[in-house]
Design a protein around this ligand. Structure first.
Ligand code: KG4
Ligand code: ZN
Length: 354
């Protein structure tokens, strides 16, 4: 199967073509194009929805054309056209979803709306060295992005189970808000990681949310408050590298503790890491230690597929399309689409493709 996907849920306009020879054969990325708007939003310190929508409108057609050209294919060569349906910014989602639906209709190809979070789930399998999901059967997934932090029991047959989410901020949000408090700019995660280089991660004690509850839920809001209090109460400004290294270490510990608990509670022996926060080297190292201690295999999404991209949407769409799922032409975007809506398979709406 050969699938084209379009992703416009936030501030990247992305399109990709992904192939899979057969179930069990794994995915192959034929092309993946991402036009980032980060520079346009940086001066506002965050994403401005109207600006994002206008930039998507400008970029979507050339980005899709570049993805098709890069893969050396044309519309009739595609088995399905996919687009992110949610969650995300409503007006941003509408651009990619409507473009892809219209193109699919015109080309006479089936259309499938995809849950963005399910895209992050499949991104570790875009690594050419990764095994096919079917060979793992069942595994633990940690998705840590700017909008979500999820621990899941993921199944190749798509009957996923949500083990825990965040009660407040997402891990990426904790990086972004911490960076903002420290005046490090936007996007905050990469800036905070750079500022932490050479710092002492044990210099300051930051709290680990819900550490002793045994639950698999996360909480990061106390961390940000602790940083604000530290900055207010510390006489001379504390050494920046030490503060950043300690703050980063607290996020890593929270992710590590809960992932270790999920492996222990389920007895599973494989774990995947994805989402924008998976770019962070300390996070990768923390998860590698957890996997080692549990005797589990760790699969990390390749850096290019950690932050938002369309290859992961194509992979998720491909996995769903194989089950016969198709969206009706009347399918709408859903800015609040939840993970459990994926688990229940609400991607499979009524309606048939031509
Ligand atoms: O997955 P993503 O691109 O978008 C969402 O779906 O949310 O994730 C973006 C998030 C941002 O919060 C960003 O600060 C964080 O990922 N991020 C990082 C790093 N690179 C991106 N956080 C920590 N360290 C990084 N190197
Ligand atoms: Zn994302």
């Amino acid at each position: 199967m050969r699938v084209l996907a379009v992703e416009t849920s936030c501030d990247e306009t992305a399109a990709a073509v992904v192939l899979a020879a057969a179930p069990g054969a794994g995915f192959r990325v034929a092309s993946s194009v991402v036009a980032s708007q980060a520079a346009s939003h940086a001066k506002f310190g965050g994403v401005v929805p109207e600006l994002a929508t206008r930039e998507h409108l400008r970029a979507v057609e050339p980005v899709v054309r570049a993805a098709l050209d890069g893969a050396g294919c044309r519309w009739p060569d595609l088995d399905a056209v996919c687009a992110t349906r949610g969650p995300g910014l409503a007006s941003s989602l509408l651009v990619g979803h409507t473009f892809a639906k219209a193109a699919a209709l015109a080309a006479g190809r089936p259309f499938l709306g995809v849950n963005h979070l399910e895209g992050h789930l499949w991104s570790p399998f875009l690594d050419p060295a990764a095994p096919a999901p079917e060979t793992l059967g069942e595994w633990i997934s940690l998705v840590a992005s700017g909008g979500h932090t999820l621990l899941l029991r993921t199944r190749a047959d798509l009957r996923h189970e949500l083990l825990g989410g965040t009660r407040d901020d997402a891990a990426g949000e904790a990086f972004d808000k911490g960076a903002k408090l420290l005046g490090l700019g936007y996007p905050g995660g990469p800036a905070l990681e750079r500022a932490a280089e050479g710092g002492n991660p044990a210099a300051f004690a930051f709290p680990i949310g819900l550490a002793r509850t045994g639950s698999l839920e996360f909480s990061f809001s106390g961390l940000k408050t602790a940083l604000r209090v530290l900055l207010e109460r510390h006489g001379p400004p504390p050494p920046l590298a030490d503060v950043c290294a300690s703050y980063q270490a607290a996020i890593v510990r929270a992710l590590a503790v809960k992932t270790a608990a999920a492996l222990e509670q389920t007895g599973l022996r494989a774990v995947t890491l994805s989402g924008g926060v998976a770019c962070n080297r300390a996070v990768r190292a923390g998860l590698a230690s957890v996997a080692d201690a549990a005797g589990a295999r760790l699969l990390v999404a390749p850096a290019a597929y950690c932050t938002d991209n369309a290859a992961m949407i194509a992979a998720a769409g491909l996995a769903r399309a194989r089950t016969g799922a198709v969206s009706g032409w009347a399918e709408d975007i859903d800015p609040n689409l939840r993970f459990m809506d994926v688990a229940r398979g609400s991607n499979t709406l009524s309606g048939t493709a031509p």
